[in-house]
Design a binder for this molecule. Structure first.
Ligand SMILES: N[C@@H](CCC(=O)N[C@@H](CS)C(=O)NCC(=O)O)C(=O)O
Length: 281
């Protein structure tokens, strides 16, 4: 086995041991550890709940629609459902930027794991990313980004309520899901938009100009302040330009490079590439 793959497997040993990742590869040496289910930087105790989740099938969690609100949530017991080389790469980058403490459950799209009942109990849409925090399930990228960035206020990637940037921050995260993606998919499928007054994004060119005008004010979407919205947009514009769904205008290219050059973004991209390679092997 290549040393880089072995290093990656060692890092993700908790997942590997739970049989969620890389079936068929030879077992890694097992070092008993109280924190075995958590990331190396864990600040969380290996709580009973974490152990229970680790041992249980994903699909036993169908009772989570309405989380019990009688107890305060802490930041332990955060699970990220991920597939490499997909939209959930942006969430992985955000978790890295936040220095978050989480478990990752990797889905193998080649085997259709996202459409199996275990995962459909987490997200009936069969899509990643998804987050489970305690009893709460969060899906849809803008919601996932808002949730995670608020969970780690010390990382300062979410302007707090009362900050003048809070409104624009919400606007650009939600613009992604409600305008950018629908416009992009219609364009990729060569479908004409609905009439301008009906279409959620008007038309593609207006949507794109609205975005590029904002990027031109840079360096980031909200000016000098880097936020979680830039993690979403930087990663999304990277893959959408790669697939020629968005034109590689200089303002877009410069923005992508600025965002992806950040150390945490690079780390996340490297780790995801290793995960994708190991999954493909
Ligand atoms: N509306 C979702 C879209 C997520 C999405 O489309 N994810 C793709 C990954 S690129 C997926 O999980 N596809 C798997 C499938 O549908 O089988 C969001 O914003 O999170």
């Amino acid at each position: 086995m290549k040393p880089s793959v072995h290093r990656m497997l060692t890092a993700w040993r908790p997942l590997y041991l739970r049989g969620l990742l890389l079936d068929g590869l030879p077992p890694l040496p097992v070092t008993p550890s109280a924190d075995a289910a958590r990331s190396p930087r864990s600040r969380c105790r290996p709580a009973t709940a974490a152990g229970q989740h680790a041992a249980s099938a994903i699909g036993t969690l169908t009772t989570l629609d309405f989380p019990n609100r009688s107890s305060l949530m802490n930041r332990c017991d955060l699970t990220f459902f991920h597939a490499p080389n997909t939209r959930s790469g942006g969430t992985r980058a955000l978790l890295e930027e936040l220095g978050a403490d989480y478990r990752m459950q990797v889905l193998d799209f080649k085997n259709g794991e996202q459409r199996q009942s275990d995962y459909l109990a987490i997200n009936p849409m069969g899509k990643v990313p998804a987050i489970r925090h305690g009893e709460a399930l969060i899906t849809e990228q803008p919601a996932v980004f808002l949730y995670l960035a608020d969970l780690y206020p010390e990382a300062k990637l979410a302007p707090p309520i009362g900050d003048p940037l809070r409104g624009p921050y919400l606007r650009w995260l939600v613009f992604y899901g409600s305008c950018f993606e629908p416009a992009l998919i219609d364009k990729a499928m060569q479908r004409p938009p609905a009439a301008p007054a009906t279409s959620p994004y008007g038309d593609y060119d207006t949507m794109l100009k609205t975005l590029t005008d904002q990027l031109a004010k840079g360096p980031y979407l909200l000016g000098e302040t880097f936020t979680a919205a830039d993690v979403l947009w930087g990663t999304a514009l990277n893959w959408t330009t790669m697939f020629k769904m968005v034109p590689e205008l200089p303002v877009i290219r410069a923005y992508i490079e600025r965002v992806l050059a950040r150390p945490a973004m690079r780390r996340a991209a490297e780790q995801d590439a290793e995960l994708a390679a190991a999954q493909a092997a």
